[in-house]
Ligand binder design. Structure first.
Ligand SMILES: [Cu+2]
Length: 149
């Protein structure tokens, strides 16, 4: 009786295709002049993505923190940045919980010399997906596009 149900995984989109190899890695840094060094990158639809954000600046987090938030299709970085402000985004909570419905993946807010690596699955639907830093005001400059092919 021990393992009788071990294979009883629900059919939850279990796609183990042959091309499902190692995760694609993307490394992006943010700096004290509110810039991402990578403003666009490409991923394969449905593949695993390993994304690292590094804050390479020196200004304290409370004044120049950075995160990277990948948005669902059709949501622009600018519109989302404004929405975040409207929802109360601030220097310690840059990404209010109430906005997570628009988000594919997000790093936490990083201070100087910090980095974080997140993993997510790229959308299956090809197209452009914008990303943004939601530290208040940064969306004006800190944004880019993930292209899913
Ligand atoms: Cu930022």
């Amino acid at each position: 009786m021990s393992c009788a149900f071990a294979n009883d995984k629900a059919s939850k989109g279990n796609e183990s295709s042959a091309k499902d190899k190692a995760a694609q890695e993307v490394v992006i840094s943010g700096n004290d002049t509110m810039q991402f060094d990578v403003k666009s990158f490409e991923v394969k639809a449905g593949s695993k993505v390993k994304l690292t954000l590094k804050n390479v600046g020196q200004i304290p987090k409370i004044a120049m923190g950075h995160n990277l938030v990948v948005l669902k299709k059709g949501i622009t970085a600018v519109a989302f940045g404004q929405k975040a402000l409207g929802a109360g985004a601030n220097a310690t909570n840059a990404l209010p919980e109430s906005l997570m419905g628009d988000v594919i993946a997000a790093t936490k807010l990083l201070g100087p010399a910090e980095s974080e690596t997140i993993e997510f699955t790229a959308p299956k639907e090809p197209g452009s997906y914008e990303y943004v830093c939601t530290f208040p005001g940064h969306f004006a400059l800190m944004r880019g596009t993930m292209t899913v092919k």
